[in-house]
Ligand binder design. Structure first.
Ligand code: GLU
Length: 307
C-alpha cells in the first residue's frame, strides 16, 4: 500500500557514478532507495551517472550492476547511461537559454578568485567559490562563452535573493539561499561536460522519478535541482537523504579514505551491515531473499523513522 494518498505511482532510483565499485557507503544509499521503492509498492531504477567520462573507470558500470544483482537488488527496468542522453541535456539547456535564465561565461577559476579577492580583500575562502556574477550582463554568445551558468536570483535582472525551502523526509524542513550559498552555477562546463545538476534533473523527470533517496552528502545540491525543476516546468520530487557511513578518519566513507570493495563472498552479511546503518537490526532471514523481505516489512512499518 502506498504511504502517499495521491499523485503518480512511486518511482525511485539509484544513480551511481561508475568511478569505482560500490562500497559500504554507496550500498547504504542503494539499499535505502530499493527498500523505499518496495515499501511503497513502487518501481526501482538504476541510472549509471557516467556523464563525466574522464572520472569513470572502464568496466565499473557493469561491475556495479553485478554487485547489485549479487545482493538481490534488481532494477525493474533496464539501466540507462547518462553518456547516451546528451541530446536531452542539450535540449534543456537550450530552453533555459531561450527563457533568459542562462548566460555565457568566459571566466577562469583564477579570474573568479581574483574578482572575489577584490570584492572582499583578506577574506579567506573555503570550499566552492560563489561566482561573483562577472559575466551576468555581458551577453556572451556561443563563440565567446566557455561555460553556461544559471542565474541564482529570483529575477532575471539578478537583483533579488532566491531562498528555497524544501522538506526532507529525514532531515526535516530545509532552507538555502541559492544566491548567497551557491551563486550562479554552471550547467555546461568549459570543457563541454554537462554539470551533474542538469543531468540529474533532466533524467529524473524523463524517467518519471517521484522519489529521490540518496546519501546526505548530496543534500545541499537539492535546492539547485529544485530550481532547475521549477524553471524547466518539471514535477517536484520527494527527498530522503540517508545517513552517511563514516570512514576511520570520521569523514564520509569514500574510495579516497580507504573504503574497501563490498564483500560479496558473504552477501547476506554485507546486506545486514548496510541494513544496520539504516536502523534495520536483527531481522530474520538466512537467505538474501528472506532478509530483504523482512527488511521491506520493517521499512513499510516504520520507513524513514528508522533512520
Ligand atoms: N551520481 C551521484 C553519486 O554517485 C548520485 C546522484 C544522485 O543520487 O542524485 O554521488
Amino acid at each position: 500500500m502506498s504511504r502517499y494518498a495521491a499523485g503518480p505511482a512511486y518511482r525511485g532510483r539509484f544513480a551511481p557514478s561508475p568511478t569505482g565499485l560500490l562500497h559500504a557507503g554507496s550500498l547504504v544509499a542503494a539499499l535505502a532507495s530499493w527498500l523505499d521503492a518496495r515499501a511503497h509498492g513502487g518501481q526501482w531504477l538504476v541510472r549509471i551517472e557516467d556523464h563525466d567520462q574522464g572520472r569513470c573507470v572502464p568496466g565499473a558500470d557493469q561491475a556495479i550492476l553485478a554487485q547489485l544483482q549479487t545482493l538481490g537488488l534488481m532494477p525493474d527496468e533496464p539501466p540507462v547511461w547518462q553518456s547516451q542522453r546528451q541530446a536531452l541535456y542539450a535540449r534543456a539547456l537550450q530552453r533555459l537559454m531561450e527563457s533568459g535564465w542562462v548566460y555565457g561565461c568566459d571566466c577562469t577559476r583564477k579570474s573568479i578568485a581574483d574578482a572575489l579577492a577584490a570584492q572582499a580583500p583578506g577574506k579567506p575562502r573555503h570550499g566552492e567559490l560563489v561566482y561573483p556574477g562577472t559575466c551576468r550582463h555581458r551577453h556572451l554568445g556561443p563563440t565567446q562563452a566557455r561555460a553556461w551558468r544559471l542565474l541564482s536570483t529570483a529575477d532575471l535582472a539578478g537583483t533579488q535573493d532566491l531562498t528555497l525551502s524544501w522538506q526532507d523526509r529525514r532531515l526535516g524542513p530545509q532552507q538555502q539561499s541559492l544566491s548567497e550559498a551557491v551563486g550562479d552555477f554552471v550547467l555546461r562546463r568549459a570543457d563541454g561536460l554537462w554539470a551533474y545538476q542538469l543531468c540529474v534533473v533532466v533524467d529524473d523527470a524523463d524517467q518519471g522519478i517521484t522519489d529521490v533517496v540518496r546519501g546526505e552528502d548530496l543534500a545541499d545540491n537539492t535546492p539547485r535541482q529544485i530550481r532547475l525543476q521549477q524553471l524547466l516546468g518539471l514535477p517536484a520530487l520527494r527527498y530522503l537523504h540517508t545517513p552517511l557511513v563514516l570512514g576511520a578518519n570520521g569523514e564520509k566513507l569514500s574510495k579516497q579514505n580507504g573504503a574497501r570493495p563490498l564483500d560479496l563472498d558473504q552477501p547476506l552479511a554485507t546486506l545486514q551491515r548496510a541494513g544496520a546503518a539504516l536502523g534495520l537490526n536483527a531481522l530474520p532471514g538466512t537467505t538474501i531473499a528472506d532478509w530483504l523481505a523482512a527488511a521491506v516489512r520493517a521499512w513499510t512499518a516504520a520507513g524513514a523513522a528508522l533512520l
